[in-house]
Write a protein that binds this ligand. Structure first.
Ligand code: PHB
Length: 387
């Protein structure tokens, strides 16, 4: 009896010891929760393309493990976000969550990731809370906070001599935080925001608000729109003749991945972002060539963020030989790393947001041509983050 017990326990000890090695032999399940329909559909596709490109460059493996993708279209709909992320966590039992674009949906994802201690890398959604009050050891961002490009543009606009501005955006976290970031820097540098105008997300009826801007005649207009909404807004602004009288500034999403559709209406626009065309570094040139070859498309900021989400995951998994359960070691490795991004090298802050250069760009033809660095190594303040 005693002997049998020993044999059984030896056998189970051997099984236990084999478990991690077995897990590492299994594919790593990556849950891609992104918009594949709606105004942000092109952004979701670019993020997935960028992610896959990096994985393919590593021979299809990260941390020694092959990748299996499970995809959910989140439709940029916050009301479906918790159900969608729980499908990935509970039904599909993914090892890591990658997503998403829309701030409201990304916040719901971050909450679920935090509660279930699932590793999450957010390749876009800029909501401050994700790397602020809701920050978590297992949640990282490869993109930006809404405050970062907006704050830089507030400084640029004030330094260009504008004294008054109006803002116009979608009424949800990304738009509101972007406008607040712009206002903070614009007013600190002597400007005054006269009025904030909003339309509900993802509404595209801008006409009444453009009429109000034309009547108020501010020195400048600041805006956050992205994807399909950015295309429509830039065209409507030009069609109303406002591009000839009131300079339009934006967070760079306004003109990223959109220029072919915006055409003439976008020419000359100045925006700020953590990526630009014409960086002309060996790293970016190689990335752009590989992306164009793989997808027959030019990359944009979203592609870069997807690519870097995969790089960050790769850094973390390498440190633990693919054992995704070792959350603390994965987090420590990403925290210590310098990510060799096409945008330029960056590190992540203590609240897990990129510390990065924000570029000033000007639309020339189909490019957001680099004009210079608006703010070097800008870190989000990470307000309210306690880890
Ligand atoms: C956001 O909702 O945080 C968001 C969406 C699209 C962008 C940037 C930010 O291009």
């Amino acid at each position: 009896m005693k002997i049998r017990y020993c044999v059984a326990s030896l056998a189970s000890a051997a099984l236990l010891a084999a478990a991690p090695a077995q897990a590492q032999g299994q594919k790593l399940k990556v849950g891609l929760m992104l918009p594949y329909t709606g105004t942000y559909a092109a952004l979701g596709i670019a993020i997935e393309n960028g992610f896959r490109l990096y994985v393919d460059e590593q021979g299809g493996k990260l941390g020694g493990r092959e990748i299996e993708y499970v995809k959910v279209d989140d439709e940029s709909d916050p009301s479906k976000a918790t159900d969608n992320v729980n499908k990935l966590i509970k039904r599909d039992e993914v090892d890591v969550l990658i997503g998403t674009v829309h701030s409201g949906v990304a916040v719901a994802m971050a909450r679920a990731a935090r509660q279930s201690n699932t590793l999450m890398i957010n390749p876009n959604g800029g909501a401050g809370a994700i790397t602020g009050a809701l920050c978590a050891p297992n949640v990282f961002r490869s993109s930006f906070s809404n405050w970062q490009p907006a704050y830089a543009m507030g400084e640029v606009a004030a330094k260009r001599g504008h004294k008054t501005a109006m803002t116009i955006t979608w009424k949800y976290a990304a738009g509101e935080e972007s406008v607040n970031g712009f206002k903070e820097a614009f007013e600190k540098n002597g400007g005054k925001v006269l009025k904030d105008l909003t339309v509900p997300f993802p509404n595209l009826e801008f006409q009444a608000l453009l009429t109000e801007i034309a009547a108020a005649k501010p020195d400048a207009v600041y805006t956050f729109f992205a994807g399909g909404g950015a295309v429509k807004f830039v065209k409507d602004y030009a069609a109303a003749g406002l591009n000839k009288t009131i300079p339009l500034y934006g967070a760079g999403f306004l003109t990223d991945g959109t220029l072919e559709a915006q055409g003439e209406a976008a020419q000359g626009l100045l925006t700020t972002l953590h990526y630009a065309d014409g960086l002309n570094t060996p790293r970016d040139n190689a990335f752009r060539l590989a992306y164009a070859k793989a997808f027959k498309l030019q990359p944009d900021v979203y592609a870069v963020q997807g690519y870097d989400a995969a790089q960050m995951l790769g850094v973390g998994l390498k440190a633990v030989n693919g054992d995704v359960k070792k959350k603390a070691e994965i987090a420590a490795a990403i925290r210590k790393a310098t990510i060799d991004s096409p945008r330029g090298k960056f590190t992540v802050s203590s609240s897990h947001n990129p510390v990065q250069d924000i570029y000033l760009r000007k639309v020339v033809g189909n490019e957001n041509r680099l004009e210079g660095v608006a703010i070097k190594a800008l870190a989000d303040p990470g307000l309210g983050c306690k880890m």
